[in-house]
Design a protein around this ligand. Structure first.
Ligand SMILES: Cc1cc2nc3c(=O)[nH]c(=O)nc-3n(C[C@H](O)[C@H](O)[C@H](O)COP(=O)(O)OP(=O)(O)OC[C@H]3O[C@@H](n4cnc5c(N)ncnc54)[C@H](O)[C@@H]3O)c2cc1C
Length: 268
């Protein structure tokens, strides 16, 4: 565990803030990896790295306020201290795929921003699909537009209430493109598990390689406690990024069940 001082705190949406800090190890993390973030006296929770700048030794996390730990993080200011462990887990596979689709919803977009930045450097053609309930909860819209503009990428936004972009679920926008015959070498996704489950079904139907980043309750992050198990996998060690083949092996749990801190099954 290293203690670091927050260098900036930025409100992204009414319930989401980004927290930047200097840490050499985190700044060298790969897109898709996560850190355990400790709020002194409160709790330690997993968070994806949403910004990686190895040149400056900087990194950031982006957290939605949902409970005690994230509430305490949201109350922090620049100069306050948190603890970080990691980075942990595997990362998205970045190959020389010429045309990819990225599908993100909610705070799932956090791990997809560094991925889009890395793919842009590889000159990969990106179609980025971003989903939100309503316009005010759209996350990283301006930043992702800027990143994509550097490599002639395309951004498609879907809001459930139609207040911005296409009306409906982001998976409906993806399906429309597949049905129009658009080809992709790889699909990456992170967001609500039902959304990712739908993307798995679509990519199976249209025969496209697929990677999804999973979130589970996590305690140790080093494969010991078993809190984050899904089927035969531990999300902290075997993931958080899983391929379609792995997700099909755990299809009775993926998008259906997760485990609470007491190990009991909870519906996703
Ligand atoms: C690998 C990984 C990466 C993550 N990255 C991010 C991120 O970038 N940004 C972000 O905002 N959150 C992320 N999360 C989820 C984040 O860890 C939880 O929201 C956080 O632990 C909630 O803590 P809390 O004390 O504020 O809320 P709690 O009081 O613990 O929970 C509040 C609510 O959130 C649900 N919840 C809590 N933890 C999880 C979880 N792990 N999976 C699903 N539901 C959960 C609870 O069931 C409850 O309904 C990530 C989780 C994992 C496993």
């Amino acid at each position: 565990m290293r203690t670091v001082k927050l260098t900036s705190v930025k409100a992204e949406t009414p319930a989401v803030k980004s927290f930047a800090f200097n840490d050499e190890l985190c700044s060298k993390g790969e897109p898709g990896q996560f850190v355990m973030v400790w709020m002194p006296g409160v709790d330690e929770v997993p968070m994806s790295l949403s910004m990686l700048n190895s040149r400056r030794g900087q990194a950031a996390i982006t957290a939605e306020r949902v409970g005690e730990a994230t509430e305490s993080l949201h109350n922090m200011k620049a100069g306050d201290t948190i603890g970080v462990r990691g980075p942990f887990g595997n990362n998205y596979t970045v190959s020389k795929a010429s045309k990819v689709m990225i599908v993100g919803g909610g705070t799932g977009l956090a791990s997809l921003v560094p991925l889009a930045e890395k793919l842009t450097k590889e000159r990969t053609k990106i179609t980025f699909l971003m989903g939100a309930k309503t316009k005010s909860t759209l996350l990283f819209h301006a930043h992702i537009s800027d990143v994509l503009s550097r490599a002639k990428g395309r951004l498609i936004v879907a809001t459930e209430d139609g207040s911005y972009g296409q009306r409906g679920l982001v998976t409906m926008s993806a399906e429309k493109l597949f049905k129009q015959g658009e080809q992709f070498n790889m699909i990456y996704t992170c967001g609500p598990e039902k959304m990712m489950q739908r993307m798995l079904h679509l990519t199976e139907r249209f025969h496209i390689p697929f990677e999804a980043s999973l979130e589970r309750f996590m305690r140790c992050a080093i494969g010991l406690c078993g809190t984050c198990v899904i089927g035969k996998y531990r999300v902290c060690q075997d993931g958080p990024i899983f391929s379609s083949q792995q997700l099909l092996e755990v299809k009775d749990e993926f998008g259906c069940w997760r485990r609470g801190f007491d190990g009991r099954k909870i519906r996703v």
